[in-house]
Every structure is written in C-alpha cells, then in structure tokens.
Ligand binder design. Structure first.
Ligand code: F6P
Length: 324
C-alpha cells in the first residue's frame, strides 16, 4: 500500500492551454486510485496562504476543452526565500497533503524542488507555451500556442500581400525562440529572429534579403520576431526607412496563451497528469514528467533544472534553407 493518501495539484507561472486537461487527469486518476485530491488555488501563493479545496470527480467536469487554468496561477517570489517553502510545507502538513503535482515551467519546478527539500513529495509536469524545458520534447500549451500564432500570421500575410508590404510579426518567447521557429517554417517566413541565435547583423541581413527578393519579384515579406529579441515597432520603422517598403509590426501577445487546447495538448496533458499520480503512488518525489523519443518518462528535478535547452538545429537550418 502506498503511504500517499492525499495529494494536491497546483498550476504555476504563465498559464498554458491544456493545463485544465492535466488538472482533470490528476484529479480523476487520483480519485480512481483511492486518493483524496485537493486543488490549490493561485499556485504556490495560494499554497502558502492555504487557499485549498477538496476536488471531486465533478469538480473537473467540462474543463478538458478549456484554455486557462481553473485553479488560477501566479508567479510566487516567496518560494525563493528561506521562509516560503517552510510555510508551504507547514500548510501541506496541516491539510494532510502528502504529495503535490506542480504544473508549470522551470521557475515552478524550482519551487517544487524547494518544497521537496522540506519533505513534501513533489512531481512536476511541464506546462508552458515556450517549450523551454530541455528534458522534454513536449510542454503543455506549445502546440496550441503555435497553432494560434500560425493562424494569426496567415491572416497578417493576407493583408501584407494585398498592400505589398513587409510585416514583422512578434510571437511570445522572452528567452526562447521555439514558437518563432515553428511559425517561421509553418508560415513560410523570410526571416526569423530568435533570442538563441540573435546577432547584431540580423536587421541588416533582413534589409538585404528584402531588397534582393524585391528584385526577383517578391511583393510582400513576412518576418517572425520572438518577443525577447527587441522592439518590433522600432524595427519596422528602421526597415521601412532602409528599404523604402511600407512595413508594419503586429504583436500577437497573450492571445497565444489562451484558447481551446489542440487535440495533442489535451491528450499529452492528460497522459502527463495520470503519470504524475502514478509516480506519487510509487512513492517517488522530486521528479519531472517528460516526453522523449515517443515515450512518457520522468527525470530527477535537479537534473531537469540543470539542463539547458537549445534550438532544434535541424529546424533552424530548414527555416534558413526554405526562405531563400
Ligand atoms: O508563459 C510564458 C510566457 O508567455 C512567455 O512567452 C512570455 O515571455 C511571458 O510568459 C509573458 O509573461 P506575462 O504574462 O507575465 O507578461
């Protein structure tokens, strides 16, 4: 028999479409394994403040298809102080919570790591539209965010083509260019700007490329810029000045964080939620659920946090090759 009787689930950091599917999977697979499941509101902040409520099967009815997170979320600086994790662990003990599933990005995993150091069993599930967690090839929300951005860029392309303009489209990713990279290919962009490969020559390269493409008859231009690279509006002004071609900037912004999750996000998030519960039932702690090489697996949380994700070289090379 597992020593785990009650588990908690929380979402933390930026929300991501598919988090609700993961919450539902944790609650339902927990209950079907005989566990009591508690929902913790507003991430670690709600845990420290004891904002907790027992969840039943029907608490997660009608949410698998919804974006956002029914548990709300926050970025909680207190978890990085010496007191925060102690307070959170005290609340867990008071509430009888033996293990917690934390759905979020690497910042949230750091909180989970601190909580596990206080003796509470923790399992992380990668939930971020940014895909910036190295141990896993999939993070909840990335697929939906890419599809949202791709559809938005298709629409910008229509008007860009009608007006024979250059369009700079900014997608999310302060430190990660994965959305920009995938959109660069799926939207057939002429150039992508990503933090991982950004150089001071990027802008001049774009200007040269636009001029060269005009000479061979191209009438409009799509440039995808990842949020972290720089001000898209200012860049549009400089490119217009240098090329003489009308240039507009569009920032897609938080639209990418919302909306109904794609089929992939619903299915993978559900699998990860159920696996997180299984790991707790096996008595495991300080683990991160991951997807690698076609299989769901788990990693030690310290190891997961020490790994640094880079851009997929093949995809990056492909963008450059196809945009010639
Ligand atoms: O959750 C990830 C992310 O959407 C990043 O892509 C983006 O840089 C950041 O969060 C935006 O955060 P906020 O919602 O706090 O503005």
């Amino acid at each position: 028999m597992s020593e785990i009787k009650t588990i908690g689930v929380l979402t933390s950091g930026g929300d991501a479409p598919g988090m609700n599917a993961a919450i539902r999977a944790v609650v339902r697979s927990g209950i079907s394994s005989g566990l009591k499941v508690k929902g913790i509101y507003r991430g670690f902040m709600g845990l420290i403040e004891g904002d907790i409520c027992e969840m039943k099967t029907m608490s997660v009815s009608d949410i698998v298809q919804k974006g956002g997170t029914i548990l709300y979320t926050s970025r909680c600086k207190e978890m990085m102080t010496p007191e925060g994790p102690k307070m959170a662990a005290d609340v867990c003990r008071r509430e009888g919570i033996d293990g917690i599933v934390v759905i979020g990005g690497d910042g949230s995993f750091r909180g989970a790591q601190k909580l596990s150091e206080q003796g509470i069993k923790t399992i992380g599930i990668p939930g971020t539209i940014d895909l910036d967690i190295d141990c896993t090839e999939y993070t909840i929300g990335f697929d939906t965010a890419c599809n949202t951005a791709m559809e938005a860029i298709d629409k910008v392309r229509d008007t860009s083509a009608s007006h024979e303009r250059c369009s700079i489209i900014e997608v999310m990713g302060r430190t990660a260019g994965h959305i920009a990279l995938w959109c660069g290919i799926s939207n057939g962009s002429e150039y992508i700007l990503i933090p991982e490969r950004h150089t001071k020559d990027d802008e001049q390269n774009i200007i040269n490329k636009i001029k060269a493409k005009r000479r061979i008859g191209k009438k409009h231009h799509i440039i995808v810029n990842a949020e972290g690279v720089g001000d898209s509006y200012a860049m549009a002004r400089r490119i217009e000045e240098a090329t003489g071609i009308e240039t507009r900037a569009t920032i897609i912004g938080h639209i990418q964080r919302g909306g109904n999750p794609t089929c992939r996000d619903r299915v993978y998030a559900s699998s990860m939620g159920a696996l997180a519960v299984d790991l707790l039932l096996q008595g495991k702690t300080s683990r991160v659920v991951a997807y690698r090489g076609g299989e769901f697996c788990d990693f030690d949380i310290d190891e997961a946090l020490s790994m640094k994700k880079d851009i997929d070289e093949h995809l990056f090379g492909l963008t450059m090759r196809l945009s010639r």
